[in-house]
Design a protein around this ligand. Sequence first.
Ligand SMILES: [Zn+2]
Ligand SMILES: [Zn+2]
Length: 985
Amino acid sequence: MNLDFPKIEEKILNFWKKNKIFEKLRKKNQGKTRWSFLDGPITANNPMGVHHAWGRTYKDLFQRYKALQGFDQRFQNGFDCQGLWVEVEVEKELGFKTKKDIEKYGIAKFVEKCKERVRKYSKIQTEQSIRLGQWMDWKNSYYTLSNENNYTIWHFLKKCWKERLLYKGRDVVPWCPRCGTAISQHEILTEEYKEVWHKAIFVKLPLIGKKNTFFLIWTTTPWTLPGNVALAINPRFQYAKIKDKNGDIFILLKNKAQLIPNGEIIETIKGKNLKKLKYHGPFDELPAVKKTLKKYRHSIIFWKDVSLEEGTGIVHIAPAFGQEDFQLSKKFKLPVINLTDDESRYRKDSGILTKKLVTEVNEIIFENLKKKGLIFKIEDYLHRYPTCWRCKSELIFRLVDEWYISMVKLRKPLMVVAKKIKWIPSFGLERELDWLKNMQDWLISKKRYWGLALPIFECSCGYFEVIGSKEELKERAIEGWEEFKNHSPHRPWVDKVKIKCLKCGKKISRIPDVGNPWLDAGIVPFSTMGYFSDRDFWQKWFPAEFICESFPGQFKNWFYSLIVMSAVLENTNPIKTIFGYALVRDEKGEEMHKSKRNVIWFDQAVKIIGADPMRWMYLRQNPVYNLNFGWKGGEETKRKLLTLWNSFLFFKTYVDKKEFPSKLVFPKTKNLLDLWIISRLNNLIEKVTRNLDRYNVATVSSNIEKFFTDDLSLWYIRRSRRRFHPALEQSSVRGKKTKRLTEEGTKRREAVETLYYVLLNLMKLISPMMPFLAEEIYQNLKTPKQSLRDATGQVKKMPQSIHLFDWPKSDKKLINQDLEEKMKKIREIVALALAERTKFKIKVRQPLLKLKIKNLKLKINKELLDLIKEEINVKKIVFDKKIKKEIELDTKITQALKEEGMVRELVRNIQEMRKKSGLTPKDKIIIGFSGSEKYKNLIKKWKNYIKKETLSRDIKFEIKEKIRFSLEKEITFDEEKVLIAIKKI
Ligand SMILES: [Zn+2]
Ligand SMILES: [Zn+2]
């Protein structure tokens, strides 16, 4: 049986489906104590990536674990459906460049396309998740585009409005020229900053009334120059007037004097003394600027944030183009020249720039300034610059009216709510609090098409109100209800509905904006649990016990919106525990990017690595750190899992089904090795349970892995091999006449029962982590006739699936700390002795006379000492206080030992030949031998031993044609060649 994960997994998926195993599991737990998991919605916009599979593995693990413990769960998956991310993909699909293209195409059709895309990818993601082994009530997934979700947000916004938290604000915000919308503060993560080259320009601004004298300024955003109204200066800095060889005089920071070639400092001036100077702006001829200049002169302001590092120490201020500039304009009562429209083009009164895109005017501006003689220097400049999280366009900053939720009053309650939540890893709380402390008001509007229709109705008289439900909208509608009523609350249909202004009686419309998509995800603890439709149900499931999401982005996004919405609606925490994990990177630790060609898609990974090895990779990772995912890691993981598989295979190969315990009672054994592995297993069960309860996944998986490699495979099975020898098989089955087993039979029986017990319980432990492998092995451990006693003492048939067992309980009585201690000591001694053998280059197959052990503080009985003897192949063990080291291995090889070594070498060769010929361990053979008299005699002397070990009927001392041996091999002893051959009989 090869370990072909993808093949096994496909088979198991069919088995689960055909036998409705998941449905049976849910039925088993129905009505029992609840455990409330809340799924963070996955954006249904593309096929799943390997990073999604990481989170989904955790989600599946905990829901399966709780199900095995008998908890009733909702198993609801969520899809995130609305927002710019979907729009951008649909625009790409349709080949659209700007918002105009969408309007030409028709908003209704465009929105339908967005819905279509979501339907398509939610289906694909469902299939992919099923392939990963995730168990969910897929037919009952929630979609954030649902009426329920949207109307619940309306209710939330209405409450914000009533509490005077909602307002329309004018501010300079990051703006994506392509998407034509504001980008809110929390959407700009550090990874959205890119290193880009821009043109930096030094501009000369002439002083009014002083010939040939200029302020020298510097900017990396030339398109903001037309908006200039002031220059900021640090009053504490030293500035200077510097004369160049043409007689022009420049004012700039004294210690930047070297910027002027051959410049001569003619005067030093303290910043505060520059206050009264006035200057000509760079674009005073533009109509919009001219208008402003009727009542204003460009002037100097003082600002302590002007720094010595970059530029000239004189900062160009354009209030409509920069967040700080805008703040300064309020403080100094500066005029604001707002030159751009929603398409990021200059407005009509912008002269030569009118209707031009701000991102495309650099050349025009340079040309114009050159003509005016205002350019001092242009250079290339590399800096970090924010980009759009969706389309990667470089953002600009512009002054716009947007809708906000004020955080002034909420800030404290939000912090209280955040503190009620248990954060894993624990630094999560600090990060969240840090964000809550420093965040600005929440910008919730977007000038887009596909998303939550903000239910804000605004009148030209200044009044605005928020509608809180569909019913309320119907009641208030004075127009358009009929057209809208059978549609979802989306654009353009909802826009048809008009209501009457409660202040002035005018007919008013909804603002055209849609909502920030984090509103959609933040509301799900209410919308998906029947906050309106079934309050009893909601009360049973709220707050959720557990959510699990990749943390780097979510402190400012989902975690944040969850906290805000729950604080406003119920003034409490919507979840008890937030489990966060880091990011998936490629094998070298670099970000996966289509352009870098290092992206691994989920479908590809699952086909090559398999779902269970992937899951194991995820679960072995410490979630605090980024996971470097790649093919090498996949291979390594598979190799580790092969150890587990081989342990099972060992059992399957050497134990016949008729030997399987018929009742799953606890193994009756007195063998110390058995008792030891049973103790280790129960210890493991206890540790795994305790750590899963605390969500310490990486500890759990590393403990399990250590158990199946180190304890089970490397020690228990190795040291138990002899008891599984095929020659003993018959002796362990109770015949009708002989009910009593022989001594050898009993030994084998104990080993069989023990290994069966260990494998079965180990499969229960790994079943929520590697559900396929556990099922595959279990199906091989199960026979139709077996029964088991359940917790209540009832005898039942073995469950159809490993996933229908109860979670195993650790039995304290079976944990034998003393024995574990001793075994540890023994394994230490063995390791030392084997190291000695390596040092002297003596193979383990070569028996040695004795091992001296210095002194053991533990009392170790014969049975355990025999383990050492067998493992390191010595005839006896002697305790000797006088030796210097902890052990001393007698490396003298006598003639008798040498002979025995040769015989063992021979046996090993025959075993290899058996394997090579594809024989099972139970097949019987005849051995042929040809060599000198000396070796013939040796074989004769050990004939019985060899026959037993190799399961052979006979040894022939000639290799003749007529016997037709199937395989021959030559081996060399002491430079003499002998020939061996085998044949199956
Ligand atoms: Zn964009
Ligand atoms: Zn009005």
